[in-house]
Design a protein around this ligand. Structure first.
Ligand SMILES: Nc1nc2c(c(=O)[nH]1)N[C@H]1C(S)=C(S)[C@@H](COP(=O)(O)O)O[C@H]1N2
Ligand SMILES: [Mo]
Length: 359
């Protein structure tokens, strides 16, 4: 295993403490399953160091029997399952929103996303093992080992998503133990939901009647309309970001690339939460005319991204390449970042545009 500083050197680092970094977009398109060392890192506090031999997972709250599991106990008591799923930060592509007006948070390009084979146990199996109640109004709250502004990191998800077969307590990513920055030894993976709901460095699961009152759940990761400011935002009235919307990005060519006139390949990703990407269109003239892209998707991976490729015949000059995807509900993306701008810079889903020079 490489060292954290070696892995850092491969990425675009937005901050060291807390550590936040993303791969260059071109590299993201190299492999359908993103190698762990190239997978974006989003952390709110310091990376905790955890000894897997003394690690314990507590499961308590509205359960029949509270559990206190070792790593070995978790791995042997419940069947191992692998799910191919995309993880994406709610702030992915925030840089495009920041170009409209100032927003808070790191200026992520389109690289705060990655796809992996996650191996672990079903959260639903663990909850059933604890004799979970069946009240549909329950929430499953998580607490982690890292500290964010004086509190342990904590979020929750509705019970229905916790019991869904795709939701895992993962101990491996692409067949290897989780890297420290991705949540070693165990993290939650909630496919289709914003990354914030997939806690790393898990230590406690509590079944309760209300969403987590941790500031990450109760205050952050809320979506507001454009007229709400940091001063006027009322988190109880913001939308709690869970399922992620349709999005797409151009990975190649890179922004500002110098290309040769003639046919040029354009490649990228598209993602639609728990729906399917059914079509991707690419434009060489900023969205006046579109060409349909070819799609590539892993079979049996409803929660994973779709790779796409198109060929554009580009004449000499300055051009704006744009992409828009369509999902199985027949929806497509807004043209401009202005349409969904919000002061936190979440869920930037407008057409991704890349300016190139062709000679
Ligand atoms: N304990 C803990 N879990 C966390 C976070 C964190 O800061 N602490 N960040 C969340 C956010 S906002 C995202 S987008 C994903 C990122 O996962 P990754 O760093 O493995 O890509 O982890 C989530 N889980
Ligand atoms: Mo995130």
């Amino acid at each position: 295993m490489s060292s954290l500083s070696e892995r850092k050197a491969r990425l675009i680092v937005h901050g060291d403490q807390p550590y936040n970094a993303e791969p260059p977009l071109g590299r993201l398109r190299d492999a359908y399953r993103t190698p762990a060392r190239d997978f974006y890192v989003r952390s709110h506090g310091d990376l905790p160091k955890i000894d897997p031999d003394t690690w314990r997972l507590i499961v308590d709250g509205a359960v029949g029997t509270a559990l206190d599991l070792t790593l070995h106990g978790l791995r042997t008591r419940f069947p191992a399952v692998t799910v191919t799923a995309t993880m994406q930060c709610a702030g992915n592509r925030r840089a495009d929103m920041r170009a409209v007006a100032p927003v808070s948070g790191d200026p992520w390009d389109g690289g705060a996303i990655g796809t992996a084979d996650w191996t672990g146990v079903r959260l639903g199996d663990v909850l059933r093992g604890a004799g979970i109640g069946t009240d549909a109004g329950l929430h499953v709250a998580f607490e982690s080992h890292d500290t964010v502004e004086g509190h342990p990191y904590g979020v929750s998800i509705p019970l229905a998503k916790a019991m869904a077969p795709e939701t895992l307590l993962a101990y491996a990513m692409n067949g290897e133990a989780l890297l420290p920055e991705h949540g070693f030894p165990v993290r939650v993976v909630v496919p289709g939901f914003a990354g914030v709901r997939s806690p790393k460095w898990l230590r406690r699961i509590t079944v309760q009647a209300h969403p987590s009152d941790n500031p990450i759940q109760a205050g952050d990761y809320k979506l507001y309309p454009a007229d709400v400011t940091a001063e006027t935002a009322d988190p109880t009235r913001g939308h709690t970001i869970e399922a992620m919307p349709l999005n797409a990005a151009i990975c190649e060519p890179a922004r500002g690339a110098a290309l040769r006139a003639g046919p040029n390949a354009v490649r990228g990703y598209a993602v639609a939460g728990d729906r399917a990407v059914i079509r991707v269109d690419v434009s060489g003239d900023g969205g006046r005319r579109w060409a349909q892209a070819a799609l590539e998707h892993a079979p049996e991976a409803p929660f994973a991204w779709t790779f796409w490729t198109a060929e554009l015949d580009l004449p000499p000059g300055e051009h704006e390449i744009a992409v828009r995807a369509w999902d199985s509900a027949g929806q497509t993306q807004p043209a401009r970042p202005d349409d969904t701008w919000n002061h936190k810079g979440y869920l930037c889903t407008c057409w991704h545009r890349v300016r190139v020079t062709v000679a």
